[in-house]
Design a protein around this ligand. Structure first.
Ligand SMILES: Nc1ncnc2c1ncn2[C@@H]1O[C@H](COP(=O)(O)OP(=O)(O)OP(=O)(O)O)[C@@H](O)[C@H]1O
Length: 328
């Protein structure tokens, strides 16, 4: 019987009036209060040096706050043993930090080994996780980190962070060390993965597109970790709270909003009579306005067909997209 096994649940996190002043007097974070919902991805974004990494590293006590409290699942992390705490909190960083002389399987099994899991259970878990992050265990399990691409190493890092089923995952610029194409693919995989594992994730990025794609909520910080706005991506883009956020999200925020605004299912027009819809540009009803616009631009019909599986629901015109964006 292994009493160390954690439940599958995710934990809420509360930062309460947290401040950090480094030994040289630099105030990195000043009086930050933030509630992260269990099972959601919260993105911290803000200019370089505003304190994002400091906030992240205070959650797993790599850095101790000067004042304030951090509660994970209602428990003050200051009262927890740091080693035990870090086993419950997965941590993914930009340069992955895989052990170079250990195989992929050994890397992924690091925390379960420390927790004393049996060999067979570790093997089962590592193979399950490698599958989950899209790396065939038979092909990649016995490779060494230098035998992988940057994107594959990043996936191993994510698998390792998830190995002991942590209640929280901290991710510091996890996708910034790979090229833009691989980054987009890893972001898509991350979204699928998060739908499966539903962890409470705190992710730091300096890339607004990444924040909008991955975040359930985005916290925009100014220097000293001063919270400017904390919102769902669509709401943040639609209504920046102040000039700082407006400038930060940029002039193209309307274009970005297309990517987070769903297709207005109830505003679809009836299917036009007498048209051959089989070859017409189409998008699934779960798609965003950005997908619909892209399909429209790639066709010459002036409208795009919206489908639910194989069922045709109706069509959207450019005007409809415009209206939907302004109604959102
Ligand atoms: N050990 C330290 N001692 C003194 N100052 C530090 C230390 N670590 C970080 N800082 C300072 O604290 C502030 C916040 O740093 P932090 O790394 O948290 O910012 P960040 O938002 O993650 O930055 P970036 O986006 O550039 O990675 C910066 O001014 C930084 O110089």
């Amino acid at each position: 019987m292994d009493g160390t096994r954690r439940s599958e649940s995710a934990a809420p996190i509360r930062l309460e009036a947290v401040s950090k002043r480094y030994a040289d007097g630099t105030v990195a974070v000043e009086d930050l209060t933030l509630d992260l919902a269990a099972g959601e991805t919260t993105v911290l974004i803000g200019p370089s040096g505003c304190g994002k990494s400091t906030v992240l590293r205070m959650v797993n006590r790599l850095i101790e706050p000067t004042s304030g409290r951090i509660l994970v699942d209602g428990e003050d992390v200051a009262a927890a043993d740091p080693v035990t705490l870090r086993r419950r909190i997965g941590y993914v960083i930009q340069q992955v930090g895989l052990f170079p002389h250990q195989t992929v399987r050994a890397n992924v099994g690091t925390v379960p080994r420390l927790l004393g899991w049996s060999r067979s259970r570790i093997r089962e878990r590592t193979d399950e996780l490698l599958e989950l992050v899209g790396l065939e265990p038979g092909r990649f399990g016995s490779r060494y980190p230098h035998e992988l691409s940057g994107g594959q190493r990043q996936r191993v890092g994510v698998a390792r962070a998830l190995a002991a089923d942590p209640v929280v995952l901290l991710m510091d610029e996890p996708f910034s060390a790979v090229d833009p194409i691989v980054r987009t693919r890893l972001q898509d995989e991350f979204r699928r993965l998060q739908e499966t594992v539903r962890k409470t994730i705190l992710l730091v990025t300096h890339d607004l597109d990444e924040a909008v794609r991955l975040g359930d909520r985005i916290a925009v910080l100014a220097e000293r970790g001063r919270l400017q706005q904390y919102e769902r991506p669509a709401a943040l883009l639609a209504a920046p709270a102040n000039d700082f956020v407006r400038e930060f999200v940029g002039a193209d925020r309307t274009i970005k909003r297309l990517g987070v605004t769903p297709i207005p299912r109830h505003a679809l027009r009836p299917l036009p009579d007498g048209n051959d819809l089989d070859g017409a540009a189409g998008v699934p009803v779960e798609a965003t306005l950005a997908d619909a616009l892209a399909a429209l631009l790639g066709s010459d019909t002036g409208w795009v067909v919206v489908r639910d599986g194989t069922k045709l629901l109706g069509v959207l015109t450019p005007d409809d997209i415009h209206r939907a964006l302004h109604a959102a």
